[in-house]
Design a protein around this ligand. Sequence first.
Ligand SMILES: C[S@@+](CC[C@H](N)C(=O)[O-])C[C@H]1O[C@@H](n2cnc3c(N)ncnc32)[C@H](O)[C@@H]1O
Length: 370
Amino acid sequence: MKKKDSQKNMYAHSEKKVELLQKYLEIYLNVLSNTFVKRINLFDLFCGPGIYENEGIGSPFIMLQEIKKASTINNKKAIEYNCLFNDNDREVIEVLKRNVKSKIDHCYAKINYSCQDYKDVIRATILSMQELLNSEKAFAFIDPYQYKDISISEIESMLCTKKTEILLFLPTQFMFRFESNGTPKSLKRFIEELVPMEEWPKSNTGIDFIQSLKEHFKNHLGNDYYVDTFIIQREVNQYFSLFFFTSNILGFEKMLEAKWKIDKDEGRGWIYEHSYNLFSGNKSSITQKFENELKEYLSRSRTNKEVYEFTLHNGHLPKHTNEVLKAWQNEGILSVLKSDGEQTIKGSFYLNYKDWRDHPGKVTIQTKLQ
Ligand SMILES: C[S@@+](CC[C@H](N)C(=O)[O-])C[C@H]1O[C@@H](n2cnc3c(N)ncnc32)[C@H](O)[C@@H]1O
């Protein structure tokens, strides 16, 4: 069958997808190299040819490059890497094999190629994730053209193992377009896995649709799981999104770091103008929204553990919360107390993974009534 141009060449919006994948894997593999993990299993379930005709680099090559980096930079301990590259198009898998053979001199991973339909490979993937040892981790990249085969219950089954992180691309713009326009069966099925169709809110824009989806994923999966999005704009008002899922709070923080790094480079990131700054008033809507949510949340006393979790659940980094809290401290509207009721050193809020794990109640934080 004749291939579409998008199957032969990599487009700019797809480069954004793999940029996030690359940044995330770079941090994730580096973090895991300092832990007890002995084997990392990477699954690319809609893998494509690895290298496109216009030289664009696809997800399997990004995985192999990052594995090589992690294996050569971190020679502290040997980690075994397994990759499963799957695509239902046999020709694509043959091209990928040839590309790996001709372009990679030393491969640091054991590669299994598979040519199955997603519906079949996902079942086998879940089973193998359920059998992972405690010293193993898994990461799945799911990058379909369409959403019709994607099922939330399968995402949940992978997450339940508590050893897996998932990056899922969804063509949300197409989903949004049909949300209230003769909703097709496949979209109804997708939404109804999350909420009865009549409870699904009508979205005004593609971005609204993505936000709704994220909130419903979060509600459906519950507090033990973390979900965030990375929005990719294709054309004016056309938004597609990557969704990231994990049960691992540190993995989630690392993913947010990767995302904020790209957002910063693109100018959509975090700009916090302290309110005592003469030139304040420039806060972006993202920053302002988070500040308002944090103020509301801290109207009750919260521990550093709770504030760390709140920050991440809301898609922000501890350094963002630290900035806001410092400004409030300077304005005299924040109380931060140690567990013995004493004041803490100014600017210390203990919002980090280590204190979350080892000293979850080191301080309590609350805004003061004005
Ligand atoms: C969006 S592309 C993947 C791009 C790839 N992740 C990359 O970064 O280059 C989707 C790929 O999935 C394959 N595909 C389409 N439907 C599939 C299915 N039902 N099961 C498995 N693979 C499928 C296509 O042949 C195509 O190569």
